[in-house]
Design a protein around this ligand. Structure first.
Ligand code: CA
Length: 236
């Protein structure tokens, strides 16, 4: 893995920083550290990182303030690492522009998987343009032909189901909040209409999942949104 730019770890817990420095370092990442919001802002200005791992509870403020500042000018991937596990806090962070959210404690394997997903999306993050043909897990979505296949077999989806699956495939492995999905598929005036999503996700699962009651691919993040798995659950 080539790490041209460093990963910036924003974390006030020295033990956590040490853990991240050594485990990410062992996987080829150059790691920079900031223990406060002030240090983090200075570090971002001095040497823009490739990715930011951001704690929320910092001695001089809330990590979300840094995230919001960053998002005014930059699409650098940001993964929140926080002990705050409440749904509302995850939703707030993701809606504020975080790419993903890990609740402490987490394993390094899970963090590396999320980092891989976040970096993969960087190249396409400058604009809304998605590739014509995208794939994740058993799914292939061809926007040009408006076709979907599951394990090579064609499936007929309604336009809304198609758009919903397409955006989940485009961001496979990443949780998308209800608001993000509603805004993308139905438009900004529909961001409160969570029941649209429930209904269409149910029909999508009936068409795509072997056991729609126990979905393997279209995973619910309770109270937050949905995530399309990008690898078979059996090999996770
Ligand atoms: Ca903290």
């Amino acid at each position: 893995m080539t790490a041209a730019a460093p990963v910036l770890v924003v974390e006030d817990d020295a033990q956590m920083r040490r853990f991240l420095r050594s485990s990410l370092g062992a996987h080829g990442f150059e790691v920079r550290e900031a223990a406060t919001l002030g240090e983090a802002s200075a570090a971002v200005r001095a040497h823009p990182p490739e990715l930011v791992l951001l704690d929320l509870g910092l001695p001089d403020g809330d990590g979300l303030d840094l995230l919001r500042d960053l998002r005014m000018t930059s699409r650098i991937p940001v993964i929140i690492l926080s002990a705050r596990g409440r749904e509302a806090e995850k939703v707030t962070a993701l809606d504020a522009g975080a790419d993903d959210y890990l609740t402490k404690p987490f394993g390094i394997g899970e963090l590396l998987a999320r980092i891989r997903v976040a970096r993969r999306h960087v190249s396409g993050a400058g604009g809304p343009a998605a590739p014509e043909v995208m794939g994740a897990g058993p799914f292939r979505v061809d926007r040009g032909r408006h076709e979907v296949t599951v394990d090579g077999g064609p499936v007929h989806l309604t336009p809304i189901e198609f758009e919903l699956l397409a955006v989940l495939v485009q961001h496979a492995g990443r949780v998308l909040t209800h608001r993000q999905l509603l805004r993308h598929v139905w438009g900004p005036e529909a961001v409160g209409e969570t029941h649209y999503l429930r209904v269409h996700m149910a029909t999508l699962r009936r068409k795509l999942e072997r056991d729609p009651a126990r979905p393997q691919w279209l995973v619910t993040e309770p109270g937050v949104g949905y995530r399309l798995r990008d690898a078979s659950p059996a090999t996770d």
